[in-house]
Design a protein. Sequence first.
Length: 245
Amino acid sequence: MKELEFKLSKQEYSVCILYGIGICAACGYLFYRNLAAVLCLMPLSLYFIKKRKEEQIRKKRMEFSVQFKDAIHCIAASLEAGYAIENCIPYAIGDLKLMYDEEAIIIGELKRIIIQLKDHMTMEDAFMQMAARTKDEEVSGFAEVFVTAKRTGGDIIKIIRATSNTIMDKVEMKREIETMITEKQLEAGIMKLVPLGIILYMNITSSTMMSVLYEGGFGRVFMTVILIFYFIFTKWMEHITAIAV
């Protein structure tokens, strides 16, 4: 079964490219004042583009978890209103369209379930395939509970409501942790800009003194060492803020 891909839009991917190129161009100019150095650093932009892309995809996965939480809440509300589980999906899609764009991943996944049900697939198998396709922890947990409830003949409404509340609490906790991590990553991002800001300030206010570092072998070697330490510093900052939620 093909795994669901959390893709970036063309605009989002363009931002990632500009981000990577911008960092390399800024470092090349501030550390060398040389177009050739900027071009030599450009291959490093692939690393920054990749890191930015991974960060955006991680956020999209978190958004999907929130969307799934809302979907289960809508399904539980429809069940309590007396609808059969199979008929809850279209109603859930209608409610979700009021909250999200038509292109939202969760709406596409629920539409896929409707098609699978029309092809005589059981609801249990449809949710299990959704779990396998999305690789989402909340979807997998719900699918397993749903399959067990159907097989044992439990109170499906009560079980889905309890599962819905559990997923809602878990996702909300993840969102709070994500917010705290984002704040720390923002602080780390500001700290990464401080060294570049200092060099830029020195170039503006003391250009004559700084020109020594851009001329001759010693100055270029010195600035190269500083650049290496700067990249080590940024990697260290990324490492201490890379907390899996």
